[in-house]
Design a protein around this ligand. Structure first.
Ligand code: URA
Length: 229
């Protein structure tokens, strides 16, 4: 069993035991004690847009369902060439049910405009669909519980390029602990479809550290260049 399936099982509250031969026997997985969150499954990986949205909007796969106002599913063109992936909704997004609508969202719109793109032409989603209280970092079990929704969104959009916004999204999506400084220097591949993947600064970070906007502009030009190929 690969690590992603194991993470899903853990998020489902299922304990998979390891026989002496070394292979994990999924069929003999033992149910753990009942948890507050409902089980999630890989079923989203077969869904169309409507079923996926409805399932995500009813999700109770991790504790974040207890504190959310809205499920922030994603927005934009389902045929987008560019898909942007952030970390998790903040307070504004939780209130409005749409990713990147606060100050960071306005900067993101301006960054897109600088390379000739509008918000409607791209697809924007987050790793987590629900807001972590106090904007704390996502926990591994939350990322695992939400993973199939994002994976299916990427499959359905099938973009030419995926861009991670910020260190947290970049590290999780690339399964790397390298610094954002290192990750943004390279063109990576993402997922089973091996979609070209770039990492860049999170717009909220750029609001705090505007001097890095110069480096962000280099990333934007690279995004434009990959899209033009
Ligand atoms: N930060 C994110 O990563 N995503 C949002 O939707 C808003 C802020």
């Amino acid at each position: 069993m690969d690590s992603r399936r194991l993470a899903y099982l853990q998020a489902m509250g299922v304990v998979a035991w390891q026989p002496r031969s070394g292979a994990v026997a999924e069929s003999e997985a033992l149910p753990a004690a009942p948890e507050a969150a409902e089980p999630v499954s890989e079923a989203p990986l077969c869904m169309d847009w409507e079923a996926l949205r409805q399932t995500a909007c009813a999700c109770r796969g991790c504790v974040l369902h207890e504190t959310r106002t809205s499920v922030v599913f994603g927005v934009g063109s389902p045929d987008a060439a560019l898909m942007l992936i952030g970390e998790a909704p903040g307070a504004d997004e939780d209130r409005q049910g749409e990713p990147f609508v606060g100050a960071a969202g306005r900067l993101l719109n301006a960054m897109l405009k600088a390379i000739g793109l509008s918000r409607d032409e791209v697809y924007i989603a987050n790793m987590l669909k629900c807001r972590p209280p106090g904007n704390r970092d996502p926990r591994p079990e939350e990322v695992a519980a939400c993973g199939a929704y994002l994976e299916r969104q990427v499959q359905l959009v099938n973009p030419k390029l995926v861009v991670a916004l910020g260190r947290v999204a970049a590290q999780h999506l690339l399964e790397s602990d390298a610094s954002l400084g290192r990750l943004r220097g390279e063109l990576h591949e993402f997922g089973a479809q091996r979609i070209p993947f770039l990492a860049t600064y999170h717009p909220a970070y750029l609001l705090r550290k505007p001097t890095d906007k110069r480096k962000s502009w280099e990333d934007l030009k690279r995004i434009r260049e990959v899209l033009a190929r």
